[in-house]
Design a binder for this molecule. Structure first.
Ligand SMILES: Cc1cc2nc3c(=O)[nH]c(=O)nc-3n(C[C@H](O)[C@H](O)[C@H](O)COP(=O)(O)OP(=O)(O)OC[C@H]3O[C@@H](n4cnc5c(N)ncnc54)[C@H](O)[C@@H]3O)c2cc1C
Length: 427
């Protein structure tokens, strides 16, 4: 069987079989095809895009379930793609986040103190990583400040894990230009449009990869594929859970890399309102203080003027709320908003949407974070085995990990390397 690609009929051996049609897999397939390789792209779910996915919250109201911001935008290839495909995006995102402290709005000096604390904490984590100290972010940041909970909340959104679970190496290694540009009609919609010209075998999960012989054989419910090389782009959550059986098993060094790049959690809770209940003062960003053990919660208010808000959760709290269920997640976000804007706003909530990335069967989490004390493992995950089995995807990026464009760049890089190697042999 040769689904989803350009192989030459039953039993033929393709140059490259790609596992997973997220940003990395789509990019790998585009690059491989452009370089003249025969290729099949195998996707377990019913759609392309993976963790880049936009749905409509209402007619004409786009909602990103996964990635939303084009990070490091001037270095991000999707910025150019958005221009080419006519997807508008916003470049002025240096707006303030209003903070509601439970009983009252924060004062300007409190906002300044919070921002200064967060900046200093990121600086401390970055410096520790740059100095080669392989410790957790929590180990090098002040745990007793009134603003610690706010810093910890922000780090869960950056890394999808809590500050005690994240190595400072990630903070030091990530190439941040401080340009985080949202796409009006959805980052997921942009990725889907960009990937629409790639032949893909959907509903074709790879259950086993035999890479012990001269060819790689990939078993799917629709039959087996024979390939000269394979690129695995699935999340480290899927790899750690052994959802794909490797035969022979992956070497210990690779297993250690997978286990050290944990996939944490990050969820988005969208509430559509039938009128503007927030008034002119709260313009775009909002933070509501936590209470008890609950961390603060951030909201994006009326993105691009669309009549909805997005509450975002990360790390352990995201997992706890996800397990509590969809209704509990909506209630939780709404109660936070009611505390700031009054209970009457509840009457104006229409459709809601809640993600559950922690239990998504095709990712088993949001994006990768390097555990402390493991060394720099992203480059190890990216290493190929026997020039046959290759790895791509966000977790393999050494500078733009945990992002959509990072995933894309790894797919392009690996496919180009395979093309060079195969074309050298053929020359
Ligand atoms: C809530 C959330 C918010 C985010 N926000 C941002 C953001 O604002 N900006 C940003 O840049 N990034 C963001 N990210 C991260 C970004 O979405 C991901 O890093 C990126 O999309 C990952 O792409 P990938 O190709 O590496 O993996 P994936 O998108 O996971 O692609 C892997 C594919 O493999 C498939 N698959 C799994 N198992 C199998 C199998 N056995 N056989 C075949 N196929 C299989 C999956 O279905 C999936 O389609 C966010 C992610 C989440 C979850």
């Amino acid at each position: 069987m040769t689904p989803g690609g350009d192989a030459g009929g039953a039993g033929a051996v393709v140059d490259v079989a790609i596992v997973g049609a997220g940003a990395a897999g789509l990019a790998a397939a585009k690059t491989a095809r452009a370089k003249g390789l025969s290729c099949v792209l195998l996707e377990a779910s019913h759609r392309i895009g993976g963790r880049a996915y936009t749905e409509e919250l209402a007619l004409g109201v786009p909602f990103d379930l996964g990635c939303h911001w084009m990070h490091s935008a001037s270095l991000n290839p999707f910025t150019k793609t958005a221009d080419e495909l006519g997807f508008p995006y916003e470049t002025n995102t240096t707006w303030a986040r209003e903070l509601f402290l439970g009983q009252r709005w924060s004062k300007a000096e409190e906002d300044a103190a919070r921002m200064a604390f967060i900046e200093a904490s990121f600086g401390a984590a970055h410096d520790a990583g740059a100095a080669g100290r392989d410790v957790a972010v929590a180990d090098v940041t002040d745990r007793d400040s009134p603003w610690t909970a706010y810093f910890d909340y922000v780090t869960t959104l950056y890394s999808s894990v809590d500050s005690d679970q994240q190595s400072v190496f990630d903070g030091a290694d990530y190439r941040d230009t401080d340009e985080n540009w949202p796409v009006k009609h959805g980052y997921g919609a942009l990725v889907a449009r960009w990937g629409a010209d790639v032949p893909v075998a959907l509903n074709t999960g790879v259950a086993r990869i035999d890479w012990g012989g001269r060819e790689v054989v990939l078993d799917t419910p629709k039959g087996s594929i024979r390939a000269r090389t394979a690129i695995v782009t699935v999340s480290t959550g899927i790899l750690a859970a052994d959802r794909i059986r490797f035969d022979p098993p992956l070497p210990e060094r690779k297993r250690a890399a997978i286990d050290s790049l944990v996939v944490g959690n990050h969820n988005r809770i969208g509430l559509l309102f039938d009128k503007d209940v927030f008034g002119p003062d709260v313009t775009r960003g909002l933070l509501v203080a936590g209470s008890g053990d609950d961390p603060p919660m951030g909201f994006q208010i009326r993105p691009f003027g669309f009549p909805f808000v997005v509450g975002v959760t990360g790390g352990r709290f995201a997992t706890w709320l996800e397990r509590a269920g969809v209704a509990a997640s909506v209630d939780h976000a709404l109660e936070r908003l009611k505390s700031a804007f009054g209970t009457a706003i509840g009457r104006h909530v229409g459709r809601t949407i809640v993600t559950a990335w922690g239990s998504d069967p095709w990712t088993l989490g949001a994006y990768s974070a390097l555990r402390p004390g493991q060394g720099r493992q992203r480059a190890v995950l990216a290493e190929s085995l026997e020039d046959r089995l290759y790895f791509a995807g966000e977790a393999t990026s050494t500078d733009f990990f945990s992002t959509c464009h990072g995933a894309r760049i790894t797919g392009e890089t690996v496919a180009a390397a395979i093309a060079d190697a195969l074309n050298r042999v053929r020359a």
